[in-house]
Ligand binder design. Structure first.
Ligand code: ADP
Length: 238
């Protein structure tokens, strides 16, 4: 699903080149649920943005869902983001002036789906995320957990095989965070959706089967749960 080969992201600063990511190699297979952890500023969000085609690497190759991202035009990149990847963010990033239904339908509308198809799909998505009957509400009328579920429904609208989540439980209390993780796990197990999730949260990381740790732009650990090894997942965070 995701092949990252020798990928670096370099920012040219007055003080010289700064490597936000340095020569990273990762292979993530279809259906994996991966947590990306590491200290603040280590490059986690940058990695997620490159995978999602929001940004381009300075060097190296990236292939996501069969698409080689390196040489895409801006237009192709936009289409890739809209159709192949679902994004979920810490602060939900819903449009406040739009209803729940309109927020969920954004990419469907952009892809020129018919009104009837949009309505049907939105109803199904509301059901999938347990928000039936909320379609005409505005984001501000919902709890944080509900807003994140709207964001997940929006991410699922185009039936992507990949969800990229940046601290999806970061603004939620324990209970709502747990509900969101359960929803992500269900999508992963039942729909075989590949999930890459940046998180600081141990509870969130525990939902994943694999953990990648980044430090100073480099992947320093890559562990699968249940693999007999010398470190537990929690231990490898130390
Ligand atoms: P994380 O998600 O792990 O907190 P980021 O991926 O957001 O880290 O950032 C990695 C590093 O790259 C940070 O040191 C950050 O300051 C730097 N960085 C991110 N974007 C830019 C930019 N546009 N220009 C310069 N440095 C940047």
């Amino acid at each position: 699903m995701i092949l990252i080969q020798d990928v670096s992201k370099v920012y040219s600063l007055e003080s010289g080149d700064f490597y936000a990511l340095k020569n990273n190699n990762v292979h993530i297979k279809k259906g994996e649920f991966v947590a990306v952890m590491g200290p603040s500023g280590s490059g986690k969000s940058t990695l997620l943005q490159l995978i999602g085609g929001l940004d381009q690497p300075t060097s190296g190759n990236m292939t996501v869902d069969g698409i080689r991202l390196n040489n895409l035009t801006e237009k192709e990149r936009t289409l890739f983001r809209r159709t192949r990847v679902g994004f979920v963010f810490q602060n939900y990033q819903l449009l406040p002036m739009m209803t729940v239904a309109e927020n969920i339908a954004l990419s469907l509308s952009a892809n020129k789906a018919s009104k009837a198809d949009i309505h049907k799909r939105v109803q199904q998505l509301l059901k999938d995320v347990n928000l039936e009957g909320k379609e005409n509400q505005f984001p501000s009328q919902l709890s944080g957990g509900q807003q994140q579920r709207v964001a997940i429904a929006r991410a699922l609208a185009m039936k992507p095989k990949l969800i990229l989540a940046d601290e999806p439980t970061g603004n939620l209390d324990q209970k709502n965070g747990k509900d969101i993780l359960q929803l992500l796990s269900k999508l992963n197990k039942e729909e075989q959706i590949t999930i890459v999730m940046v998180t600081h949260d141990q509870q969130a990381a525990a939902a994943a089967e694999r953990m990648i740790v980044i430090r100073d732009g480099e992947i320093v650990k890559d562990r699968r749960k249940g693999v007999v090894g010398n470190e537990s997942m929690a231990g490898s965070l130390a």
